[in-house]
Design a protein around this ligand. Structure first.
Ligand SMILES: NC(=O)C1=CN([C@@H]2O[C@H](COP(=O)(O)OP(=O)(O)OC[C@H]3O[C@@H](n4cnc5c(N)ncnc54)[C@H](O)[C@@H]3O)[C@@H](O)[C@H]2O)[C@H](O)CC1
Ligand SMILES: [K+]
Length: 521
């Protein structure tokens, strides 16, 4: 495997609370003392806090201390900051705690670090450290705990959460009763699943992984092969791009993508998909679209071959594709097909034929909605070639209503849907999730600037173009899908820096697709 593609480093793995506890136990069993690990971790957190809030700027720091080792970490951080000269005040709502945490508490008292009996005692602090609960939180926050969290969220004092914001479920990111809205979260050792569930984003603030040297062997031993979830970093995504191009090549060697999209009702989606494909660098784009869209498509995408299709009656104002021309259905001519954007539910007339194509197929938008109206499992499982679905949460729910009811976890949902349909699924969101062929990827960064009509059409074209020109023998569909998702998200970030979060309409987005590639050099 290409060395640059190595995802076997600590920063790439994502774990559940149960897996984290098992990994930690292996380290302890091998001889690493619990107290030594807590000192090491807390030393690193202290350094980060001092970088963010130097003594010259901030002096009063409040520390919330819980009963478990998250509270132990908080007490070590409190002690170190106190010894460095900060005015530290503790709040410990639960008197009982784990032995090591109690020992650190006793020592803090012996140093005369003040303790407030009520949360209000922390209201004058300039920063608050949240060490109430980490991955050991099992029950909902109630009573004094919930009230304390509510008070902190109400004040406008910056909050730093240790490991994860107290009150969030480590795996699903759900709020258990009430949760800290942190400004910064220092995730300890390995990324937890909650960091990649959309619902937890408003609570996490800026996130950073504190690498304290968990042995990779312990991670691999606990996760095995089946339960691996990885983040797709920018550098790994770049390594999956079809670069460098061979010096001697021609357009059909660089991939031929067929886009089947558009209707009279939704004429623009097909242009945006075409522009997304253009941005991918794919050698050739063919477009099958309703005949009345032809001249417009030629104007916007002069490089594409436009195959005009007979239209359905516009009784409902739809004007969708009634029939695909024979030329379009010579599937062997294409390296990938994208079907969906702007088709309307008239897609039902052509979809069964397209599903039979022996070409990698990306199914988006109305094609997904159309499949949802039939029997998705049977329709998708019967395909012989790679199939990629790109639903947003609404489309996902229409396709897999039962899964949405049965599991509260976006990652698990995507994995099960992928297994059941034998497809690769990209569940789009603030943190997109990709599952396919046993791989699971999460996308660690994006921007709300991309929450606009047409943004998904661009992604479908970009993904189709990437699949069409890639070395599919050596790169999985899931890896390429995650690469396209990173490319799309990072393009949004780059464009929003120039145009603001309000300025990244789908067309503008397409104009920045190549910037992400050159931004690395
Ligand atoms: N990852 C590592 O290798 C290290 C992690 N450290 C820190 O340890 C915590 C996890 O510690 P643990 O003691 O297992 O769990 P918590 O601190 O999250 O708290 C568990 C504690 O709280 C009780 N409890 C749970 N829910 C509630 C509730 N709603 N109300 C009241 N009490 C509750 C539960 O019964 C337990 O007693 C990890 O996050 C890191 O911060 C190490 O310090 C370094 C190595
Ligand atoms: K915490």
């Amino acid at each position: 495997m290409n060395e640059r593609r190595c995802t076997d480093t600590i920063e790439h793995f994502v774990v559940s609370a149960k897996q984290m506890a098992a990994i930690e136990q292996r380290m302890f069993k091998a001889g690493m003392p619990v107290a030594a690990l807590m000192e090491k971790v807390s030393g690193l957190i202290t350094e980060k806090i001092m970088e963010l809030y130097p003594l010259t700027v901030v002096s009063k720091i409040g520390v919330m201390v819980g009963p478990g080792h998250n509270g132990g970490d908080a007490l070590v951080v409190a002690r170190e900051l106190y010894l460095k000269g900060y005015e530290v005040k503790l709040y410990r709502p639960l008197v009982k705690g784990k032995e090591l945490t109690q020992a650190h508490y006793d020592y803090a008292i012996s140093l005369r670090i003040p303790v407030s009996q009520a949360i209000e005692g922390l209201s004058e602090c300039e920063v608050i450290i949240d060490g109430l609960f980490g991955f050991g939180m099992t029950r909902s926050l109630t009573g004094d705990l919930a009230a304390a969290v509510g008070a902190i969220n109400h004040w406008s004092i910056p909050v730093i959460s240790i490991d994860l914001p107290s009150g969030l479920d480590t795996d699903t990111g759900e709020v258990l009763g009430s949760a800290i809205e942190a400004d910064y979260t220092f995730c300890l050792g390995l990324w937890k699943r909650a960091f990649f569930q959309d619902r937890s984003l408003p609570y996490l603030g800026k996130v950073e992984l504190i690498n304290f040297g968990i042995p990779l062997a312990d991670v691999k031993a606990v996760l095995g092969e089946k339960e691996v979830i990885k983040t797709m970093s920018e550098s790994v995504a770049r390594s999956f791009l079809p670069l460098p191009r061979p010096l001697v090549t021609h357009k059909y060697k660089q991939g031929h993508l067929l886009i089947i999209a558009g209707s009279r009702q939704y004429a623009g989606g097909v242009i945006l998909t075409g522009l997304g494909a253009r941005g991918s660098g794919v050698g050739m784009v063919s477009i099958a679209a309703p005949t009345s869209l032809k001249s417009m498509l030629v104007t916007h995408l002069p490089e594409a071959i436009i195959m005009d299709c007979a239209e359905t009656e516009s009784v409902f104002g739809r004007g969708g594709i009634a029939e695909l021309p024979t030329k379009a259905m010579e599937w062997d001519n294409y390296d990938a097909i994208v079907i969906g954007p702007g088709l309307t539910l008239e897609a039902r007339l052509i979809l069964p034929l397209v599903l039979e194509a022996t070409t990698p197929l990306i199914i988006d938008a109305d094609a997904l909605n159309t499949i949802a109206q039939s029997d998705p499992m049977t329709a998708l499982k019967s395909r012989s070639e790679t199939t990629i679905l790109t639903p947003h949460p609404g489309e996902f729910k229409r396709l897999f209503p039962q899964l949405v009811t049965e599991t509260n976890d976006f990652i698990t949902r995507t994995q099960i849907a992928s297994e059941q349909t034998e497809t690769t699924i990209l569940l789009k969101g603030a943190r997109s999730i990709i599952a396919g062929e046993g791989e699971t990827w999460v996308i660690p960064e994006s921007t709300p600037a991309l929450a606009r009509g047409g943004s998904g059409d661009v992604l479908a074209g970009l993904l189709g173009g990437l699949i069409a020109q890639s070395d599919r023998e050596n790169i999985s569909a899931a890896s390429l899908t995650a690469t396209a998702a990173v490319w799309h998200a990072q393009t949004g970030i780059i464009a929003s820096k120039v145009h603001s979060d309000l300025g990244v309409d789908a067309f503008t987005l397409t104009q920045y697709l190549s910037r992400w590639i050159v931004s690395a050099s």
